[in-house]
Design a protein around this ligand. Structure first.
Ligand SMILES: [Zn+2]
Length: 317
């Protein structure tokens, strides 16, 4: 039987596993990335993960065509090489993952951008299955994105396509983690969500259910407050959804997708309520005709999307 091997490198953890041709997970694991220890340590870890998967496949008589890896940063997907700088993994830029691992594993290795891999998984097996023109996004500290047009992942002319989080929404605005100013990520990412929620809680005074110290406020706590119908948390999430909608509107007017997938903690916890807030805000920013057939969907595959997409990165739909 054929099986697909994928590895998702994150700043904190590496998630990896095997799936059958239908995307059903056969085995999956996670281990610390030790990203702070630098390039050679991470490469060693990636190799260990790949070996574990290949051994599992061998023992279970599974035929693995290649090992797929998803990595943060701009990835030269033709050479399996990291370009430029990756803020979460110091010294990662310039690493040639494919060359190094193919030598050691004697198996073909392909590398793609992690957010693109997630997007690909959601289109192949997740929320956007059956759609061919899709924007997939994931919101955390950073905001990742992937665009699929006509059934193909859009990586662009120099591998920077789909960088949804870095669409500028404010001229000379807040400084973003990427070094630029005014990016969507600087407004809709979790750092700013916490800042907004602090202001809203202060403004709401005794009407807010939050009684702890504002310095200890986390995204998790904001989401719990939202679920408990706290007026300050509701306003904060509504503002975050509004920022997301401005970014979505740019993509809608440029590419007119059939579906937008939203992943990450906020969508996961707030579900349909959050999707409704986005849809409401979109009416303010996007053409009615472009919104008519548009589906806004909650991501389905959670934190497994990264390795699943990586595993299938050379497959077609
Ligand atoms: Zn940015």
């Amino acid at each position: 039987m054929k099986a697909f091997a994928g590895i998702d490198l994150g700043g904190t953890n590496i998630k990896y596993g095997l799936a059958d041709s239908e995307g059903k997970i056969l085995t999956s694991k996670s281990k610390p990335a030790h990203a702070d220890k630098g390039r050679s340590e991470i490469l060693k870890r990636l190799e260990e993960c790949a070996r574990e998967l290949l051994e599992y496949a061998f023992e279970n008589k599974l035929n693995v065509p290649y090992v797929g890896i998803g990595s943060p940063g701009t990835v030269d997907a033709d050479r399996g090489k990291i370009l430029g700088v990756s803020p979460n993994i110091p010294g990662w830029g310039g690493t040639n993952i494919s060359t190094r691992l193919e030598e050691r594993l004697k198996t073909k290795v392909y590398v793609g951008n992690d957010a693109n891999m997630m997007a690909w998984a959601e289109v192949l097996f997740g929320a956007a299955k059956g759609y061919r023109n899709v924007l997939c996004t994931t919101v955390g500290t950073g905001i990742g994105g992937g665009v699929i047009m006509d059934g193909k992942l859009v990586i662009g002319s120099s591998y920077s396509g789909g960088e949804f989080g870095h669409i500028p929404i404010v001229k000379d605005g807040k400084r973003c983690n990427c070094g630029l100013k005014g990016c969507l990520e600087a407004y809709a990412g979790s750092d700013n969500l916490i800042a907004i929620a602090k202001r809203e809680i202060k403004a709401a005074g005794s009407r807010s259910k939050y009684k702890g110290s504002l310095n200890e406020l986390t995204v998790r706590k904001i989401l719990d407050l939202f679920k408990a119908h706290d007026p300050a948390a509701l306003k904060a999430i509504e503002k975050q959804a509004g920022y997301m909608a401005t970014g979505f509107a740019s993509v809608i007017h440029l590419l007119n997708p059939e579906a937008i997938v939203v992943g990450g903690g906020i969508a996961e916890v707030c579900g349909a309520d959050y999707i409704r807030l986005i849809q409401k805000a979109l009416k303010q920013y996007a053409f009615e005709d472009a919104l008519k057939g548009l589906k806004v969907l909650k991501a389905k595959l959670g934190n497994k999307a990264g390795f699943i997409g990586a595993a299938f990165q050379k497959e077609e739909i």
